[in-house]
Design a protein around this ligand. Structure first.
Ligand code: ADP
Ligand code: GLC
Length: 490
C-alpha cells in the first residue's frame, strides 16, 4: 500500500512527546512491511545539520495563506526501508528550536504555520509521483488537510482523491484560533459552520479534520470510547458520537530497537528477564548520578513527562508529600507548567535524600530512569495511550497507573489476572488513591518472589509495532473502500 503520513513532530528529528515516537515508529514499521511510506513534517532548526537531507527541486511549494503567497522547499531523507521523510522548509515558520511555543507562550503565528503545513500535505498528496493511496494525519497541526485536499482537485471530483484517516493522539489539543484566522485557509466561508470548522465562535483545526475525514482512530481502544463521553470529549463528544461508526482505537506500539535493555547506548549495564543483575547496577548508578543514597534495598519510583494537569501532577504532589516520610526514593524528570515545576523543586528541597527533580528534557536520563527504577508512576487524569508505561514494562519496572485510556488497556492488575499481573492500577483521581497504590508497591517490593513474578510478566508483554502496523493497514483498506463507495463499515 502507498501511504502518506503527516505529523508536526517525528522522532528522531523533532519531539515534544509521544506523538513523535508513535509516528516515527509507525512509518518505519510500515516501510519494513513492504508498504511505500512518505512522511511530511516541518524542517525545524538543526535538522539539516544533523541529517544528510537531499533538496527536491522538483517539488516547489507555493501556496496561498490568506492574502499572501508562501513559498517553501522540500528536502527528503530515506532513513529506513521504503520510508521517505518529506521535510517542509519554510524558515520564517519552522526555523525555530522550539516547536509550538517559547517560554510557555504559544507562537502568535501558529494558525499560519500549521495552515501552511496542512496545505503542503494536501499538495504533496496530489502531486507526488508515487500517488499515495491513503493519507494518514496525526493531531490538529495537520488536521485541516482533508479540506485542502478537496480544494486541490476540484475538477477531478472527490472520488480521485486519496481518503484520509485522522488519528487523535490527544483531544485536549485542538488548534483553536480566533474566527478571523479562518481567512488564512482561503476556504469558502461556508465551511466556517458548526458541523465543520466552527467551534463556539472560534476556528477548530482538529474538528475540521474529524468532520471531513473517512476514518478516525485514537491511540487506545478505551480512549476511543472515552472521547465520546462529556467527561473526556473536550466539547467534541457530540461530533464523535455522531461519527461513532468511523471511530476506533489502536493501542500504540513500542520501538523495541530503541527501548531495549540490551545493546542500549544509554544503559551501561545490560540485563534481561533471565539475568536482572544489570538492572540493580543501573539502579545504583542512577542513585549516584542523582546524588541520592546508594542503596539497592530502598524502593525507587520514577516518573517522566510533561508537567501538566493531564499527567496527574496535581495529585502526585500531595501524595508524595505524605509518602516521603516512608523509606523510599522518587526521581522525577520533566518540564512544563512553571507553577508545577516550582512546586516539585520546592518539595525536593524539603526531602533532599529522597526526592530528586530534574527539570528539563533529557532522553538519555529518561532511559536510565526507566531502567533504574523499581516502579514507575503514571497517575494521569486522562491518557490517550501513554508510552512511558509501555517502556517501563519492557524495562521490568512495574507501572503504577490510573485506570484511564491506554494506561488501562496496557497494564494488567492483580485483580484482573494474577497469572499475568504486571502493574498496579487505581481508579479514583485522588492523591489518597495514588498513595494507596504506592503503598501496595512498597509491600510488593519486600516480597521478592512476587516482585519477580510481576517483573517477568512485564518484560514478556509484547507491544511491538509488527502487529500494530497491520491494524493500521486494515484501517487504510477500510478508508479506501469507503472512498470508493464500497459501503464497507468500520
Ligand atoms: P505525552 O505524549 O502525552 O507527553 P507519552 O507517554 O505518550 O506522553 O510520551 C512521552 C514521550 O516523551 C516518551 O518518549 C517520554 O520518554 C518522553 N519524554 C517526556 N518528557 C521527557 C523529558 N523531560 N525528557 C526526556 N524524555 C521525555
Ligand atoms: C499524546 C498522548 C499520549 C500518547 C501519545 C502518542 O501525546 O498524550 O497518551 O501516548 O500522544 O500517541
Amino acid at each position: 500500500m502507498r501511504v502518506l503520513l503527516a505529523s508536526s513532530e517525528v522522532h528522531p528529528f523533532s519531539k515534544t512527546g509521544g506523538l513523535a515516537d508513535m509516528v516515527g515508529a509507525l512509518g518505519k514499521a510500515l516501510g519494513r512491511k513492504g508498504h511505500q511510506v512518505g512522511l511530511v513534517t516541518p524542517l525545524y532548526a538543526g535538522i539539516r545539520e544533523r541529517f544528510p537531507l537531499k533538496l527536491r527541486d522538483d517539488l516547489p511549494i507555493d501556496l496561498p495563506i490568506g492574502l499572501r503567497r508562501v513559498y517553501g522547499r522540500i528536502w527528503t531523507l530515506s532513513p529506513s526501508e521504503n520510508l521517505t521523510i518529506y521535510f517542509v522548509d519554510q524558515p520564517a515558520f519552522f526555523d525555530r528550536a522550539d516547536i509550538y511555543q517559547r517560554d510557555g507562550v504559544d507562537y502568535a503565528d501558529n494558525a499560519e504555520r500549521f495552515t501552511f503545513l496542512a496545505k503542503t500535505v494536501a499538495h504533496l498528496a496530489t502531486h507526488l509521483d508515487w500517488k499515495p493511496e491513503v493519507v494518514h494525519l496525526h493531531d490538529w497541526q495537520v488536521a485541516m488537510a482533508p479540506l485542502f485536499l478537496k480544494q486541490e482537485a476540484p475538477s477531478s471530483g472527490s472520488k480521485d482523491l486519496p481518503p484520509v484517516v485522522v488519528t487523535v493522539h490527544n483531544l485536549a489539543y485542538q488548534g483553536l484560533f480566533p474566527a478571523h484566522q479562518f481567512a488564512l485557509t482561503n476556504l469558502p466561508w461556508d465551511a466556517f459552520n458548526p458541523s465543520v470548522s466552527e467551534f463556539y465562535g472560534q476556528v477548530n483545526f482538529l474538528k475540521s479534520g474529524l468532520a471531513s475525514c473517512e476514518l478516525i482512530t485514537t491511540v487506545s481502544p478505551r480512549y476511543s470510547r472515552e472521547i465520546m463521553t462529556e467527561e473526556y470529549g473536550c466539547g467534541l463528544d457530540g461530533l464523535l458520537r455522531h461519527r461513532a461508526d468511523s471511530v476506533s482505537g489502536i493501542l500504540n506500539g513500542v520501538d523495541y530497537e530503541e527501548w531495549r535493555t540490551e545493546g542500549n547506548p544509554h544503559l551501561k549495564h545490560p540485563y534481561s528477564s533471565a539475568d536482572m543483575a544489570g538492572k540493580m547496577r543501573g539502579k545504583l548508578e542512577l542513585q549516584t548520578e542523582l546524588l541520592l543514597p546508594r542503596d539497592e534495598s530502598i524502593p525507587l519510583f520514577g516518573n517522566i513527562g510533561r508537567m501538566v494537569e493531564q499527567k496527574g501532577v496535581d495529585i502526585m504532589l500531595p501524595a508524595l508529600e505524605s509518602l516521603l516520610a516512608e523509606n523510599l526514593q522518587v526521581v522525577i524528570l520533566g518540564s512544563g507548567s512553571p507553577t508545577f515545576q516550582r512546586r516539585f523543586v520546592d518539595l525536593a528541597a524539603k526531602f533532599p535524600t529522597k526526592l530528586k527533580v530534574v527539570i528539563g528534557y533529557n532522553p538519555g536520563l529518561s532511559h536510565r530512569i526507566e531502567a533504574g527504577s523499581d516502579f514507575f508512576l503514571m497517575p494521569s487524569r486522562f491518557e490517550p495511550c501513554g508510552l512511558n508505561q509501555l517502556y517501563s514494562l519492557r524495562y521490568g519496572t512495574i507501572p503504577i497507573v490510573r485506570r484511564t485510556g491506554g494506561l488501562c488497556d496496557s497494564v494488567t492488575d492483580l485483580q484482573e489476572d494474577f497469572a499475568k499481573a504486571n502493574g498496579i492500577k487505581f481508579t479514583d483521581y485522588s492523591s489518597t488513591a495514588l498513595a494507596q497504590a504506592v503503598r501496595k508497591a512498597l509491600s510488593m517490593f519486600f516480597e521478592p518472589s512476587l516482585l519477580q513474578h510481576y517483573r517477568f510478566n512485564a518484560m514478556k508483554a509484547d507491544f511491538s509495532w509488527d502487529r500494530t502496523s497491520d491494524a493500521y493497514v486494515e484501517k487504510y483498506s477500510q478508508a479506501i473502500n469507503k472512498r470508493r463507495g464500497a459501503g464497507v463499515s468500520t
